[in-house]
Design a protein around this ligand. Sequence first.
Ligand SMILES: CC(C)(COP(=O)(O)OP(=O)(O)OC[C@H]1O[C@@H](n2cnc3c(N)ncnc32)[C@H](O)[C@@H]1OP(=O)(O)O)[C@@H](O)C(=O)NCCC(=O)NCCSC(=O)CCS(=O)O
Length: 389
Amino acid sequence: MKFTEEQVAFRDAVRRMVQKEVAPIADEVDRNDRFPKELVQVYFDMGILQMRLPEEYGGAGASLTDACIAFEEVAKVSETAALMVAQGTISFILPLLHFGTEEQKRTYLPKMGEKPMLTAIAITEPQAGSDVGGMKTRAVRDGDDYVINGQKCYITFGAVADYVTVFAKTGEGRGTHNISAFLVDTRTPGFEIGKLDRKMGLNGIPDSPLYFDNMRVPAANRIGAEGDGFKICMRCLDMNRPTIGAVAVGLAQGALDLAVDYAKGREAFGKTIADFQGMQFMLADMAMQVEAARCLVYEVARVADEGFADDAAFHRFAARASMAKCYASDMAMKVTTDAVQVFGGAGFMKDFPVERFMRDAKINQIFEGTNQIHRLIIARQLLGDGLAA
Ligand SMILES: CC(C)(COP(=O)(O)OP(=O)(O)OC[C@H]1O[C@@H](n2cnc3c(N)ncnc32)[C@H](O)[C@@H]1OP(=O)(O)O)[C@@H](O)C(=O)NCCC(=O)NCCSC(=O)CCS(=O)O
């Protein structure tokens, strides 16, 4: 893993912004479960809100590696603030860029570079989480429109989004060949936001159910062909997963840094706890695990940035993207839990941010595909065409 000079300068700039804008509010945002909307403007001005938007549509055209750098830096202080970086990538840029028509790209993508804009992706339903093919939301063609009815749940940023990419059934029965994707303007009549979810962590991120009540969406807003929605959904998830790995690496590094500082200052039995070999081994293990995950995440991002020769190469990447997300998030759960242990009783209190880091770590093992699903994806590739080119 070697960053270019520009990437090092970018990382340092993000680091400075985090100290100025994120660190002072991170605990308050968690305590009050307050959406830090002031960061939307800060990120937009810095260009990291829309960083993955290609230059031809008014963005910075940043690579996946660049995005991972930003995610990692912000997550060292706050996962909530980190999830607002490159916010519209999975929900808006990736579906439109890879599956939209030229007209859709020209109409919608530049909006993201013009002013701060938030978007969401609506896949999960109360009875269809891992089993995307089991979704019940339906879109029925009616003239030049589709009429969408149904509900989604746990939709990150759904309550504050300007646009939501909604996946809905356009054919009969359970299955993965009858789902379609729609770009929905949230001012559309019939688009309703449910009560905000109360969560274990990620406080400040608005998550909520969304309800669609005879919501009429122009057929021109369907992304991709009718019935291609499942594959579009899978591809967008695959392409975004390394960023969750980067968030997990940042979170774990943040917890490790706090644990090291605390261990050097806390005294017991006449010396600092960092002087005890038991503590040294624990901190060394934490550092080793963070570094291993970081190498995996940035290697997978590098592969994506180089592009894919064919579909087989993409599938090998997708399995490795699952490894990066799964390994890094399991690691972050362990490292943040160990960081709390280093702090002892103080770590269990809300006086130090390590307990927040531990609570926030949990979601990374669940969202964007549970880590059980990721093991399934890796095993299918391993036992199928294999992981090597
Ligand atoms: C569990 C899954 C990995 C697979 O589901 P299925 O077993 O139901 O489907 P398959 O038989 O594997 O595939 C059906 C069909 O699709 C093609 N396919 C599969 N994967 C891909 C892919 N990665 N890219 C392209 N195409 C793909 C496959 O070849 C088959 O095609 P043919 O029939 O051969 O033509 C999957 O359901 C899964 O990943 N589940 C996890 C869902 C998930 O990650 N959810 C997270 C939601 S987003 C989130 O959490 C953020 C919060 S929020 O705001 O919502």
